[in-house]
Design a protein around this ligand. Structure first.
Ligand SMILES: NC(=O)c1ccc[n+]([C@@H]2O[C@H](COP(=O)([O-])OP(=O)(O)OC[C@H]3O[C@@H](n4cnc5c(N)ncnc54)[C@H](OP(=O)(O)O)[C@@H]3O)[C@@H](O)[C@H]2O)c1
Length: 209
């Protein structure tokens, strides 16, 4: 599948791109800064310039699947969280529908809630709005909800649960492995699940969803 990775220069998404580049899939890295092109050129991965604050139809056209791994990050204001994590995500879903890109995999988070009162409520609310929009769309979605992200090595040993509240850690490598695995796991379509580091092999965990 031709897979558009949104937020491709990010810490998790770069791992996603590396895995896709070694798979049978054909990744396209969506980046917003031309200076980031060289990194993907070295991997032999195509890039497209697009920003979630503006139309991204040109990036989505002709793809078979989308992995959304962008985020405004903790260093921007709450306005950017709404513009990117909430509205930007929905923009990409609408563009996917318009251009008939049916498969949509969302990197989300545990503890999202449109009424969140958490210390990062603006983030959990924005992600919840985007996730709810995706669930209510007609797209073939999967929503993967990690805990706190780490740069620990990947073990591909995880704990998954369709209960999306909780606490725990998820290595970005395990998360990247799961996001890529969703593409080849029909059992993940139409599902939302939490993903923490654990002790069950990833493939087995995904089949048990
Ligand atoms: N951190 C955690 O503990 C945690 C826990 C649970 C879930 N999450 C979720 O996991 C996601 C990925 O985490 P990460 O650490 O891999 O993220 P990251 O390294 O901060 O990457 C985020 C990417 O989003 C891109 N981006 C930001 N604004 C954009 C825009 N307007 N248009 C297009 N792309 C844009 C950034 O582009 P540039 O490279 O150009 O800046 C960056 O490459 C987070 O965004 C969050 O939603 C995080």
């Amino acid at each position: 599948m031709k897979v558009l990775v949104i937020g491709a220069n990010g810490n998790t998404a770069t791992r996603v791109i590396r895995r896709l580049a070694e798979s049978d899939h054909d990744p396209v890295a969506m980046i917003r800064d031309p200076a980031h092109r060289a990194k993907f050129d070295r991997l032999g991965v195509a890039t497209v310039l697009a920003d979630l604050e503006y139309p991204i139809d040109h990036a989505i056209q002709g793809c078979d699947a989308i992995i959304f791994a962008a985020g405004s990050g903790g260093k921007t204001g709450k306005d950017k969280t709404v513009l990117i994590d909430h509205l930007g995500a929905i923009r990409s879903m609408v563009a996917a529908q318009v251009h008939d890109v049916r498969r949509y995999i969302m990197l989300s988070s545990i503890n999202n809630d449109i009424h969140s009162q958490s210390p990062i409520a603006h983030y959990h609310r924005a992600k919840a709005h985007a996730d709810n929009h995706l669930v209510e769309s007609d797209l073939d979605y999967t929503i993967v909800c990690p805990g706190g992200l780490t740069d620990e090595p990947g073990t591909e040993l995880v704990a998954v649960n369709t209960e999306l509240q909780g606490s725990g850690l998820t290595s970005r490598e395990n998360l990247a492995a799961a996001l890529v695995a969703c593409l080849d796991c029909d059992n993940s379509v139409g599902k939302s699940f939490s993903l923490l580091d654990g002790d069950m092999p990833l493939a087995e965990a995904m089949m048990a969803l």
